[in-house]
Design a protein around this ligand. Structure first.
Ligand code: NAD
Length: 339
């Protein structure tokens, strides 16, 4: 979009109202784990905010929602500083937009003189991001993403997740490393958990994402321990002495040390292969271990990631493709079930 002249009063009003609404919805989603609108509705509002800012750059301020990573730190938890900042992801909502993003990124990578792009392509797990701090192979702290700089200390809750090793297996551990991943409730376990709640006369949980977030942000770890939580690694923060020239290579090492690495990722060499991956998982997205809301495409090579860097909110070396919402389908199903 080409920037336009000074925004009119009505554009300023629209912008202000939208920004307030986005903040309100973010608060309900991140702090209360109870969204007020669907993700698709939220994404549409956020997109409009970005569009207004592209048209009228002077509307952008440091505290604009587009310049910040979504969450905050609740007073219910101790605040902890991440060693390295955590980011969100740039979203695209169509295959055309994804193609444009990859084509532009490939041109940028070629200009850097980096090797041909290899795309680490992963499922976008619909859960909650955590940051695990390991010192000499021992888990010493776990935190939520929070505002990206400061997260919430949820160490006691994370220690109840059996799959997350408190002590890594093997040797050669870095002095310090931050492992980022997504905590989620597997779809089958979610359905069973909800059935048990209903049988006990309790209200079922709304969806696996909010259930995972709510479970992990319990004040009492004994409550978290009752929830069927799992995690898959999807990123690395501080990596003082961690071997590996690419993210996929590092995943291999992390898996050897006992960290849960997703079985679903692939390293792909071209846009055509990425599109095939999207079609494949689009078809079977409801028969996977966990819910997904899209696909994440990342530059695999660490040196290229470093050269591309970050904006204030997202890495320039990764993009999330979101599958189209399926609300109509769900509503029809609901009606069918109710009849
Ligand atoms: P995001 O969910 O679009 O992307 C960033 C996050 O994706 C990461 O922090 C990480 O937790 C997660 N992720 C999952 N799989 C990943 C993988 N393989 N690699 C890397 N990251 C992976 O961004 P966000 O800032 O967390 O949230 C924005 C999204 O949350 C919106 O697009 C919207 O859908 C939803 N949201 C909804 C509401 C609502 O009211 N319904 C409010 C706020 C946000």
């Amino acid at each position: 979009l080409e920037p336009e002249a000074i925004p009119s009063e009505s554009v300023r009003d629209e912008y202000q109202n939208l920004a307030d609404l986005v903040r309100k919805y973010r608060f309900a989603y991140y702090q209360e784990d109870e969204p007020l609108v669907s993700d698709a509705e939220f994404d549409t509002l956020f997109r409009r905010l970005e569009e207004l800012e592209a048209l009228h750059p002077e509307l952008v301020s440091n505290d604009s929602p587009t310049q910040e990573v979504g969450g905050e730190v609740s007073a219910a938890f101790a605040a902890v500083e991440h060693l390295q900042r955590m980011y969100s992801l740039e979203d695209v909502f169509s295959l055309e937009e994804l193609e444009a993003w990859i084509t532009k990124a490939e041109a940028g990578i070629a200009k850097l003189g980096s090797p041909t792009a290899a795309w680490l392509t992963e499922l976008k797990i619909d859960g909650l991001a955590v940051n695990l701090l390991y010192r000499d192979g021992r888990l010493v702290r776990a935190a939520t993403r929070g505002d990206g700089t400061t997260g919430e200390d949820i160490t006691h809750n994370v220690l109840t997740i059996k799959e997350i090793p408190q002590q890594l297996n093997g040797s050669g551990f870095p002095a310090e490393m931050e492992i980022r991943g997504e905590v989620f409730i597997p779809s089958k376990a979610f359905a069973e958990f909800n059935e048990a709640l209903i049988e006990a006369g309790k209200a079922p949980l709304a969806n696996p994402r909010n259930a995972a977030a709510g479970s992990l942000r319990q004040k009492d770890p004994a409550e978290t321990a009752k929830r069927p939580l799992k995690m898959f690694v999807h990123g690395i923060g501080a990596r003082n002495g961690l071997p590996g020239a690419s993210q996929s290579e590092t995943y291999k090492q992390l898996a050897e040390w006992g960290l849960p690495v997703s079985p679903y990722f692939e390293v792909l060499g071209s846009l055509a292969e990425v599109l095939e991956f999207i079609a494949k998982y689009g078809d079977k997205r409801h028969s996977l271990l966990h819910e997904i809301d899209g696909i994440v495409v990342k530059v695999d090579d660490f040196a290229t990631q470093r050269a591309l860097g970050f904006t204030t909110r997202v890495p320039r070396w990764a993009v999330a493709y979101k599958y189209p919402p399926e609300e109509v389908h769900t509503k029809l199903l609901d009606i069918a079930v109710n009849v």
